[in-house]
Design a binder for this molecule. Structure first.
Ligand code: NIG
Ligand code: FE
Length: 414
């Protein structure tokens, strides 16, 4: 069956070089005015003006996008959606002046999410995460990455990853899983880090690999969790076992996380709110993608955001993500993240859209299949109820998505 989407006031194609976009390339959206596209099955068949598409393709169904913007679905490359209870009490404590690290050290933080995840059944975790992911989908996310890291034992990390695998199988969007046993030290090993690292390396990682539950391995490198030496050891071991690497680097303190990310060869270095100039240069030279998470900075009440302008000017490709999680950022909307990226990090609207689509796709090594609207790619498409792409960050706190098409099927709207 062929579907045509026609009369888009702006069709944001992001057609461009077949690689992650850096520098000036990141500011180019390749817009077709009065645009249209033809979909056949799960794929995009052709993209052009409405006149061209109507003249060359017949269809069983036409979706009229008059006055609207049509663009690629959002790719959210950093989330933690599998957990039991939310932690709004910590949000309230931050309003009163407590910092994320202070709250973590006094019994809150990641550790306070562990027990409930260990006790929950796979089905309970699945049902909770499914609801959250549907909220993301209704906000325009058509692909997302999801991490484990609230179990911190072999059994419960495997349980989390199985939940992510089932979510990927059952929900209409693509969900890429990442093993993050190095999210924190569980309380029973708080005074014996060596033993937990041994379990991570010798028990958890081989089991995750054996069951083929995750392609990527991530770590929270920060002064109060995994220091640089521990992170180097864990990441190099993961690499030896065949994992590809991601990293939470220099989120809060500039401890050399970005430099380590460049050294070990991660695909993406995430957060980077406090990354040094040297770190930014090293990432750029090593070909790493920076995934910036301005929602987390916003929700933590920190004043300084990642230096996206310096990064883009240094030639570093930038992607954006929600970091959706129960503690530091309970935001499920890539649209709001784009608003923050523009206002607080001075990214242009075009750069922020590039960062949320094609660059995010490359950060998950899926840039050849998703992230732009081009013939042959997956038909992952949004129809946005807005007159121009610049409206997206301007109209915030509300959902601009009218229709979500995933793999050629309408999953939200008509
Ligand atoms: O990306 N930085 C580590 N992990 C999350 C926080 C998770 C939590 O607080 O539960 C983050 O900010
Ligand atoms: Fe995170």
């Amino acid at each position: 069956m062929n579907i045509l989407i026609t009369n888009a006031r702006q069709l944001i194609t992001l057609k461009g070089p077949t690689k992650v976009r850096a520098g000036k390339e990141a500011d180019e959206l390749s817009i077709i005015e009065n645009g249209a596209l033809a979909i056949k099955g799960e794929k995009i068949l052709a993209v052009g003006t409405t006149e061209e598409i109507k003249a060359n393709y017949v269809s069983d169904k036409i979706i009229d996008a008059s006055g609207k913007v049509v663009m690629p679905g959002f790719v959210d490359p950093h989330t933690h959606p599998v957990f039991v209870h939310t932690r709004e009490n910590e949000f309230a404590m931050r309003i009163k002046g407590k910092s994320y690290v202070e709250i973590s050290k006094s019994g809150g933080g990641i550790r306070s999410s562990i027990e409930a995840v260990r006790e929950a059944s796979e089905d309970e975790l699945y049902d909770l995460a499914e609801k959250r992911i549907w909220r993301m989908i209704s906000n325009g996310t058509t692909t997302l990455e999801a991490k484990s890291g609230y179990g911190l034992s072999t059994e419960s990390e495997i349980k989390m990853l199985k939940v992510i695998r089932r979510l990927n199988e059952n929900l209409p969007i693509d969900i890429i899983s990442t093993f993050m046993g190095a999210h924190e030290f569980p309380v029973e090993y708080k005074d014996n880090h060596e033993e937990y690292i041994r379990i991570l390396k010798e028990e958890m990682m081989p089991e995750v690999k054996k069951q083929k539950l995750a392609e990527y391995c991530d770590i929270f490198t920060e002064e109060h969790v995994y220091n640089i030496e521990q992170s180097r050891d864990i990441l190099n071991h993961a690499k030896k076992l065949g994992f590809k690497l991601r990293m939470h680097a220099d989120e809060i303190e500039p401890i050399g996380g970005a430099e380590l990310a460049a050294e070990v060869g991660v695909i993406s270095a995430d957060h980077l709110g406090a990354a040094s100039d040297k770190g930014i240069q090293a990432l750029s030279k090593a070909g790493v993608i920076a995934i910036l998470l301005p929602g987390t900075i916003f929700s933590l009440g920190i004043k300084s955001y990642a230096r996206a302008r310096d990064m883009i000017d240094a030639g570093l490709p930038v992607a954006l993500a929600t970091d959706y999680n129960p503690g530091s950022c309970n935001c499920d909307s890539m649209q709001f993240i784009i608003t923050l990226a523009c206002l607080q990090m001075k990214m242009t609207v075009a750069e922020a859209i590039t960062a949320s689509t094609i660059n995010a796709a490359y950060s998950l090594e899926m840039g050849d299949r998703i992230g732009s609207l081009e013939a042959g790619k997956q038909a992952d498409i949004l129809i946005m109820d807005m007159p121009s792409y610049k409206f997206l960050p301007y109209h915030f706190g509300s959902n601009n998505v009218q229709t979500v098409v995933k793999n050629g099927k309408t999953i939200i709207g008509e």
